[in-house]
Design a protein around this ligand. Structure first.
Ligand code: UD1
Length: 341
C-alpha cells in the first residue's frame, strides 16, 4: 500500500482527509503535536473507516525530530502538510510563534524530502492570499495581495518557499490548494471542527450559540456592498474539500501534474452572506439563533468567492454537497459533542 504522511492529521481538515485517503486505499501515518486537537480523533477516524493508522506526536518545527522520523519511515510516497497555527487574531499578538511554527515546519519537511527522496507534497494554502480581490470570482492567476495578518503571510510565504524549492530541485513536485471557507462535518458526526476556547470562525460560533454555549452570535458588519450588507464568503463542505486532496495526491503519484508546482482554488464558486448562512442554518435545523449586528471585524474583507473552473477541469473535482446539508452536518456534530438529543 502507498503510504501518505498527513501532518496535522488530527485537526479539522486533516482528519476528514485521512478518512478519504483510507477509503481510497492509502496507508496513512499522522504527525501532529496535538496543540489544537484531541487524541480521541484517531479512534473516531478508525470507527469511520475500520482501518488502522500510525500516529506520532511531535512538532515539525523541530528539525532533529523531523529528520529522525523520516530516517525511520522510509516508505512515505507523499506528504499532505496541514500542520500549522491558524488563529488570525493570535498571529497578530505572537507573530514569531506563527512564523516559526508555520514556516520552519515546511522548510524541515522539504529538507527531509530532499534528503530521503520523498518527491511529492500537497500544501494547505488559503484564499487569504488574495486579500480583497479587485475582480470576482478569483482564479488561480488573480494576483496575490499583501497579507492582513502574520497568519495570512505564512500562507503566502510558504507558497513561495514551495515554489522556489521545487524550481531549484526538479525532482520535487508540489500542489498548493487554496481553500475558501471550509465548514461542516463528517456525515457520521464522529469528526468535525472543535475549536479551543471561543470560536473565531462563523459556523462553529453559530453551532455553539444554537447549543446554548454562547449567548448570541455577533454579525460583524451589515454595511458592506453585498446582497444584504453582511460579508460574503465561499463556504465549502469539508468532506468535498478532503476528497480534493486525494485527487491531488493521485495526480502527483501518477505524474499527471502539468508543472512541478501547481495551484488550485478549492471552493464552490458561490458566495453566501453571513445573514444567508444564519437563515439557512435556522431553516435546516429548525433552531432559532440569537444574533446582533456589531461593527465590522478588523482585517475582514467584504466579499470573495472562487472561480473553480480550473480545479473542475484539471482535477475532475467539484464541490457536491449543498449549503443546507453542510450546515446540518455541522449541527449534528455539535449536538453529538454536547450530548444534545
Ligand atoms: C478566516 C481567515 C482565513 C482563514 C480562515 C480559517 C481572515 C481574513 N481570514 O476566514 O485566512 O483561512 O479564517 O478558517 O482572517 N463572522 C461573523 N461573526 C462571527 C464570526 C465570523 O459575522 O462570530 C463573519 C466574518 O466577519 C466573515 C464570515 O463570518 O464575514 C466568515 O468568517 P470566518 O469564519 O472567521 O472566516 P474568514 O474570516 O473568512
Amino acid at each position: 500500500m502507498t503510504q501518505i504522511l498527513v501532518t496535522g492529521g488530527t485537526g479539522y481538515i486533516g482528519s476528514h482527509t485521512v478518512v478519504e485517503l483510507q477509503n481510497a486505499g492509502y496507508e496513512v501515518v499522522i504527525v501532529d503535536d496535538l496543540s489544537n486537537s484531541n487524541i480521541d480523533v484517531l479512534d473516531n477516524i478508525t470507527k469511520i473507516t475500520g482501518k488502522k493508522l500510525a500516529f506520532e506526536q511531535f512538532n515539525l518545527a523541530d528539525a532533529a525530530k523531523t529528520d529522525e522520523f523520516f530516517s525511520r519511515n522510509k516508505n512515505i510516497a507523499a506528504i499532505i502538510h496541514f500542520a500549522a497555527s491558524k488563529a488570525v487574531g493570535e498571529s497578530v499578538q505572537i507573530p514569531l510563534h506563527y512564523y516559526r511554527n508555520n514556516l520552519v515546519s515546511l522548510m524541515n519537511l522539504l529538507d527531509c524530502q530532499l534528503k530521503y527522496g520523498v518527491a511529492n507534497i500537497v500544501f494547505s494554502s488559503s484564499c487569504t492570499v488574495y486579500g480583497q480581490p479587485d475582480k470576482l470570482p478569483v482564479t488561480e492567476s488573480t494576483p496575490r495581495k499583501d497579507a492582513e495578518s502574520p497568519y495570512g503571510n505564512t500562507k503566502r510565504v510558504n507558497e513561495d518557499i514551495l515554489h522556489d524549492t521545487i524550481h531549484a530541485n526538479p525532482q520535487l513536485k508540489g500542489i498548493a490548494l487554496r481553500y475558501f471557507n471550509p465548514i461542516g462535518a463528517h456525515p457520521s458526526a464522529l469528526i468535525g471542527e472543535l475549536p479551543l476556547g471561543v470560536p473565531q470562525n462563523l459556523v462553529p460560533f453559530i453551532t455553539q450559540t444554537a447549543a446554548g454555549l454562547r449567548k448570541e452570535l455577533s454579525i460583524f458588519g451589515n454595511d458592506y456592498d453585498t446582497v444584504d450588507g453582511s460579508a460574503v464568503r465561499d463556504y465549502i463542505n469539508v468532506v468535498d474539500l478532503a476528497k480534493a486532496h486525494v485527487i491531488a495526491i493521485e495526480r502527483l503519484l501518477k505524474g499527471k501534474n502539468k508543472a512541478g508546482y501547481e495551484v488550485f482554488n478549492l471552493g464552490t464558486g458561490n458566495g453566501s452572506s453571513v445573514l444567508e448562512i444564519v437563515n439557512a442554518f435556522e431553516k435546516v435545523t429548525g433552531v432559532k439563533l440569537n444574533y446582533i449586528i456589531v461593527p465590522r471585524r478588523a482585517g475582514d474583507i467584504e466579499k470573495i468567492w472562487a472561480d473553480t473552473t480550473y480545479a473542475n477541469n484539471e482535477l475532475g473535482w467539484k464541490a457536491e454537497k449543498g449549503l443546507e446539508e453542510t450546515l446540518l452536518s455541522a449541527w449534528n456534530w455539535e449536538k453529538r459533542v454536547r450530548r444534545i438529543q
